[in-house]
Design a protein around this ligand. Structure first.
Ligand code: PNS
Length: 187
């Protein structure tokens, strides 16, 4: 029978429970699901591509039909290279829709035979994004339950020890300066 391969492209910086929820759903409807990390999406990502690959491989190792890969260039060209007929994306809230629709229609224009499939993650993850996870973690907030434990540990490892020192030793202005200086800008 015809095997259906889907790619699930994204930045995954870092992978969240929302991403993994989608991998789980995707693994059930596609014969093969390739989690595809875009290289060079962000000039200064929090996690290197190698780190993201390692995390996603560990987190998806229990699926027999999911693998992790990286790509450069157009997603549609990558899909063609791996023989994928579907492109999986998650839609959380209405606010995602416009951007996702634009991407899906542009991808369709570029490669009509590639079908974008949208799936909704569990509603408990509907407000979750990698950008917010990074911001909260870097400012010292808890991301428990929002990312897998492995990612949580790795996020902790990324926190600058100097920043932690400022957190504990400084007061008032100094403390908030420390917070500001460590805040990253965008997803
Ligand atoms: O996780 P993200 O950052 O929302 O993923 C966005 C991604 C990687 C799917 C998108 O930026 C992408 O497909 N980039 C590759 C370049 C490309 O094909 N651009 C045209 C998309 S219409």
């Amino acid at each position: 029978m015809h095997k259906v391969t889907a790619i699930y492209p994204g930045s995954f910086d870092p992978p969240t429970n929302g991403h993994l929820d989608l991998v789980e759903r995707g693994s059930k409807i596609f014969d093969e699901l390739v989690v595809a990390i875009l290289r060079n999406a962000e000039k200064s990502p929090l996690f290197s591509v190698t780190e993201r690959v390692a995390m996603l491989e560990a987190l998806t190792a229990h699926y027999g039909n999911v693998r992790v890969d990286t790509f450069d260039g157009l997603t549609v060209d990558y899909a063609a290279r791996v023989g994928a007929s579907s492109l999986l994306r998650g839609i959380r809230a209405l606010s995602d829709y416009e951007y996702e629709l634009q991407m899906a229609l542009m991808n369709r224009k570029l490669r009509p035979e590639l079908e974008t499939v949208f799936m909704m993650p569990a509603e408990k993850y509907s407000y979750l994004s990698s950008r917010l996870v990074r911001e909260v973690a870097q400012l010292g907030g808890s991301v428990k339950g929002l990312v897998p434990e492995l990612v949580e540990q790795n996020l902790r490892g990324k926190l600058d020890p100097a920043y932690k020192l400022t957190e504990f030793s400084a007061q008032g202005e100094q403390k908030s300066e420390g917070r500001k200086s460590k805040a990253r800008k965008k997803a």
